[in-house]
Structures are given as structure tokens and as C-alpha cells.
Design a protein around this ligand. Structure first.
Ligand code: S3P
Length: 428
């Protein structure tokens, strides 16, 4: 049976919490540790289903792993030491798993198939298939665009590629392929997407040239290392949002990754009038981390969001839409058409369900328009099987009058299995 979350309106959130490790960085730590020579110890890895998908695919590719409660130890044997998998590699719901592993598998000396769940099998893969073919890869997708991806690995030759979309998954896929290719591979993006791959490659000692929006890489073996994963800012965003719309709240979240390619959400919230303080900034394994303090405010202002900031807030737009409902005036989100090809069509999902709670929200082709300030009223809403929609609607329920039921919430495990328990500790 599918689970639901039932929430009653609450007055405020209070407390101090930590959130689990960043999902994007966890995927990369698992992959780069598997590519390294020798032992890597990963601390603070996310225990979400998406990251288990990556881990299980790597195990199916012959990587040895030792798991304990605190750490994960990975024994890499270098760039080309993977073994032909006995079955299709199951990426579950995880686009990051599929797109990043495709770059690595394109260069291995065997054939493999990458598949996933019913949501992932509807997501576009042409964005990696086309450039990987330019590197010399033999790769096929259903109708040229959809999983499963059938890859016949072999020798790759470096290319220069200008990506039409600012996507960290595309960039990372090509950097992983480039790490195995002869000659130089350069990837240029239209605006900067999250740069965890670049930071991690540097941390592992791989020389990388970054010039403006271009990153260049060459083949290079590297040694295993110890890696610490910071708290996930995209998971934290749900609690930050809840505290900001509930006047009288005060929460502190410590040890959060504040990589500038991921903190667009904090910039937007500050402009909307949210009281946020970023304290104790330090760098760990080349990623900046900090403690965040957020206070509630019932005088939030709607704003216009679009352009270059979109890749920096891409996963936070569903929860931003919720905040927009509680802000005075209009919040307009544009240039966010990528949201239509995430785990689900997130523009339609969040707009249609917030409307059920009474929000004045209009769906646009590449975003949405919210007339804030209208009181939300509890109702039954659907997640459509998308973790970020499920969590965003739960937070909306905290601020809605009466009782809200969010259906189909098992999907939250995709990114944040601890969400409900942590939220309960903050509710007054
Ligand atoms: C991710 C990149 C983003 C993001 C996704 C995780 C990553 O996707 O939405 O949740 O870890 O590289 P795109 O690269 O498709 O923008």
C-alpha cells in the first residue's frame, strides 16, 4: 500500500538539527572512489535510494565495498578495472546515476545496459547520447532519447562540446568520459551548473582547466582518498522554507554544503525578506560548508526569478513556489522549462496541487506565476511519485488551515528518508 503524510497546521518550528549528506556529492564520491586506485573512505554519505542505486550499479560492475554505520570504504582499482555486469544496471529513479555512469561505461572494454524505473525511463537521454557519440561511443537509446541505454564501450577520443543546456549531469557525464579518453575533452555550458564534479576531481588530484564556463580534462589515473560529505542544502531547503513561512520560528541547521552553485535558494529567500544567517563557513574536501540560522517572518515579498540563477535553484523551485504562496504580491518564475523533464513534470505537479490547497497559481510554459497572500486551506494532494513535490506539499500543509493529506509519499526515500522524523523534531 502507498503511504500518505497527514499534517495539521502548526504555529512554528524550533530547534537545532543536522541533515544527511548531500545527494549530488554522494553520487560523485561513490563514482570517483571507484575510479581511484586503492582505498577511499567516505564519511557522511547520503542513505537515500538514489545513492544506493549508484552504489549497487558500482557493485554490479565489480567494485568492492565495505559498509559500516559510520563509513563506506571503497576499493578502486583504477579507470579501466570495472567488470562486465551480469545483468542490466538498475539506476532506479536516479537520473544522476544513469547519466554519470553512461560517461564512464562508454569507455570500458565491455557492453552494458543502463535502465531504471517507470519515471526514469521517460526522461531525456539524447542530451548525453549525442555528445558521447561524438567522443566515439557506441550507444543506443529508445527512440534515440529514452532509457534503457545500450552501451558498447571502447576507445574514446576527446572533443570540444558546447552544451545547449546548463546541466551538471551532462557536464559530469562528459568529464567522466573525457577522463578516460585520448587527448583533451572540453565542455562548455551556457551558464554555470553545480560544480561538485570539478571540485572532487581537483580534490583527488586530477588536473583540470577551468576557464569561464569551460572545463577541460585529460586521461589521468589517481589515488583513493578520504572524503567527507557535507549536509544536503536541497534537503535543508524544506526546513528553511517551513521556518520562513511560520512566523515565530527559529531553527539552526549545521554542517550544510554552501557551494555557490547550489545556494541560489538562499539568495532568493533573502530578497523575499527571509531572515537567514550563514555562520562558521569553512572548507572541507574543497566544498564550503556552514551553519544556517533561519527565523520566520510574516512579511515576505514576492519576486521575479529567471535567467542565470535557475541552474542554482533548479531542485528548490517546487518549495520556492510554496513560499511564494505565503509572500505578499507576485512571485514569477520563468526560464525553468527543465523542470518539466525532472522526475515528473514539476511545473504541472506543484502548480496543480498548490491550487487544490487554494493557492492563486498559474502554470506557464517555462515556470509559474503566483499571487501570494491568499490563505491556504488543507486538502488532499498528490505527489505524483516525485520526492520533491511530496516534501514541498508537506511543508505547504504546515502553513495551511486545517488538515492536509499528501498521498504517495514513499518516494521521499529517493532523496531524504529522514525527512518526516527530522520535521517532527522541529514542530512545536
Ligand atoms: C544533479 C543535477 C541537476 C539536478 C539533479 C542532480 C547532479 O540535474 O536537478 O537533482 O547531481 O548533477 P541537471 O543536471 O539535469 O540539471
Amino acid at each position: 500500500m502507498k503511504h500518505s503524510i497527514i499534517i495539521n497546521q502548526v504555529r512554528a518550528l524550533k530547534g537545532i538539527i543536522r541533515v544527511p549528506g548531500d545527494k549530488s556529492i554522494s553520487h560523485r564520491a561513490l563514482i570517483f572512489a571507484s575510479l581511484a586506485q586503492g582505498k577511499s573512505i567516505i564519511k557522511g554519505i547520503s542513505k537515500c535510494e538514489d545513492c544506493f542505486s549508484t552504489l549497487n550499479c558500482l557493485k554490479d560492475l565489480g567494485i568492492r565495498v565495505k559498509e559500516s554505520r559510520e563509513n563506506l570504504v571503497i576499493f578502486g582499482e583504477g579507470l579501466f578495472a570495472f567488470k562486465k555486469p551480469k545483468k542490466s544496471l538498475d539506476c532506479g529513479n536516479s537520473g544522476t546515476t544513469m547519466r554519470l555512469l553512461a560517461g564512464l561505461l562508454a569507455a570500458q572494454n565491455f557492453s552494458s545496459v543502463l535502465t531504471g524505473d517507470k519515471y526514469l525511463r521517460k526522461r531525456p537521454m539524447e542530451r548525453i547520447v549525442e555528445p558521447l557519440r561524438k567522443l566515439g561511443a557506441e550507444i543506443d537509446a529508445d527512440k534515440g532519447n529514452y532509457p534503457p541505454l545500450r552501451i558498447k564501450g571502447g576507445k574514446l577520443q576527446g572533443i570540444r562540446y558546447s552544451s545547449p543546456i546548463a546541466s551538471a549531469q551532462v557536464k559530469s557525464c562528459l568529464l567522466l568520459a573525457g577522463l578516460h579518453a585520448e587527448g583533451k575533452t572540453t565542455v562548455t555550458e551556457p551558464s554555470r551548473s553545480r560544480d561538485h564534479t570539478e571540485r572532487m576531481l581537483k580534490y583527488f588530484g586530477v588536473p583540470l582547466k577551468i576557464q569561464g564556463l569551460s572545463v577541460s580534462i585529460r586521461k589521468e589515473e589517481f589515488a583513493g582518498k578520504e572524503f567527507f560529505i557535507p549536509g544536503d542544502i536541497s534537503s535543508t531547503a524544506f526546513f528553511i522554507a517551513a521556518a520562513s513561512i511560520l512566523n515565530g520560528s527559529k531553527i539552526k541547521i549545521s554542517g550544510i554544503g554552501v557551494n555557490p552553485t547550489r545556494t541560489g535558494f538562499l539568495d532568493v529567500l533573502k530578497k523575499m525578506g527571509v531572515k537567514i544567517w550563514i555562520k562558521n563557513i569553512k572548507e572541507v574536501c574543497r566544498e564550503p560548508i556552514a551553519d544556517l540560522i533561519v527565523e520566520g517572518n510574516n512579511e515576505l515579498r514576492g519576486i521575479k526569478i529567471g535567467g542565470k540563477i535557475i541552474p542554482r535553484i533548479i531542485d528548490e523551485i517546487p518549495i520556492l513556489a510554496v513560499i511564494g504562496c505565503f509572500a505578499r504580491g507576485k512571485t514569477i518564475i520563468k526560464d525553468a522549462g527543465e523542470l518539466r523533464v525532472k522526475e515528473t513534470d514539476r511545473i504541472h505537479a506543484i502548480a496543480s496541487q498548490l491550487k487544490r490547497l487554494g493557492a492563486a497559481i498559474k502554470e506557464r510554459k517555462d515556470g509559474m506565476e503566483i499571487s501570494g497572500g491568499k490563505k491556504l486551506k488543507g486538502a488532499t494532494v498528490e505527489s505524483f511519485g516525485d520526492h520533491r513535490t511530496a516534501m514541498a506539499l508537506t511543508i505547504a500543509g504546515l502553513g495551511a488551515i486545517g488538515k492536509t493529506k499528501v498521498n504517495d509519499t514513499d518516494c521521499i526515500r529517493t532523496s531524504f528518508p529522514e525527512f518526516e522524523d527530522l520535521l517532527k523534531t522541529l514542530i512545536q
